[in-house]
Ligand binder design. Structure first.
Ligand SMILES: Nc1ncnc2c1ncn2[C@@H]1O[C@H](COP(=O)(O)OP(=O)(O)OP(=O)(O)O)[C@@H](O)[C@H]1O
Ligand SMILES: [Mg+2]
Length: 285
């Protein structure tokens, strides 16, 4: 199904958070959106999911104009494009299994869900989703007691329960340590490859975007300033996306990388050590 944004714009006061963005994304693509803080990455994803309404422009999925949906049709769309957030957005006091089954909310009458009357089929589906993400042993634990990496995997399992056509992930690994970041990115990639689900993910680390995404969209000040493959993302393109710092110095790609740099002296003294671990993603808390 064709997914197309045309001149999509969102203004907040005098700020154009997203400014005339036009892109077409074929079904099944894994797309990374990169750019400085404030470039408009989150606003773009939130407009696609209709958490934020566009000021102008259009979002088309097949023949459907997404920007004018409301009521049940809008809820169906929001089910079709599952959101994954940096802060997981689970219900911390509910157990993991229930959190995952909440992904079915838009598939059934709400009253039944609120009464916690999930069907046997739904329970089995939720367990299968947890197994797929390697966290079935946490099923009965309160979600809030899990590690960040585990919580994000629960969020992905919940998204899978929506049977989405598209997964929109807003900095899904920004709160995770490198190992968990890799597990979460691998899970997104796996869903993309096995189910053919389109994944659009905002990332603030270039190396992650390069490693996982077949297409990278670079944003600066609300506009798309790069759209291409990782190979096409040259130093000049990186410069255009991230710009110069206020002293006029160009940016160095390592600034947006999370590779752990082990001092040379340490490496020299450890001939028998394995190769330095090169994580794929962010390590900030
Ligand atoms: N609800 C809002 N009200 C007012 N301004 C907003 C709102 N949401 C976003 N903005 C502004 O729109 C611009 C783009 O913000 P957005 O959050 O989309 O950027 P981002 O690329 O996701 O940044 P970050 O990497 O920090 O998450 C920023 O200038 C921001 O201050
Ligand atoms: Mg953001």
């Amino acid at each position: 199904m064709r997914f197309k944004l045309e001149n999509l714009t969102r203004q907040f006061g005098s700020t154009k958070a997203v400014d005339s963005v036009s892109v077409e994304i074929p079904a099944g693509q894994m797309v990374g959106v990169i750019g400085r803080s404030g470039a408009g990455k989150s606003t773009l994803l939130r407009m696609i999911n209709r958490l934020v309404d566009p000021t102008s422009g259009s979002i088309q999925f097949g023949e459907t104009e997404i920007s004018s949906l409301h009521g049940a049709a809008l809820r169906n769309w929001q089910r079709d494009c599952a959101m994954i957030f940096q802060q997981f957005n689970l219900v911390p006091r509910l157990d993991v299994l229930t959190n995952v089954m909440l992904g079915r909310l838009n598939h059934r009458p709400t009253a039944l869900s609120l009464l916690n009357m999930f069907s046997r089929e739904e329970r089995l589906m939720a367990i299968a989703a947890l197994e797929r993400l390697g966290i079935e042993q946490t099923a009965l634990q309160a979600a809030g007691t899990l590690s960040g990496g585990q919580q994000q995997r629960v969020a992905i399992a919940r998204a899978l329960m929506q049977a989405p056509k598209m997964v929109l992930a807003d900095e899904p690994i920004a709160s995770l340590d490198p190992l968990n970041a890799k597990i979460v990115m691998d899970a997104l990639k796996d869903i993309n490859e096995q189910e053919g689900i389109t994944v659009i993910t905002n990332l603030h680390t270039l190396d992650t975007a390069r490693n996982y995404c077949e297409r990278i969209i670079g944003m600066a000040q609300g506009r798309v300033v790069f759209d291409g493959t990782p190979d096409q993302l040259t130093a000049d393109a990186v410069q255009e996306i991230y710009g110069s710092d206020r002293h006029g110095a160009g940016i160095d790609e390592t600034m947006t990388s999370t590779t752990i740099n082990i001092p040379q002296a340490v490496v020299a003294n450890s001939a028998s050590r394995p190769a330095p671990y090169r994580p794929l993603a962010a390590a900030e808390a």
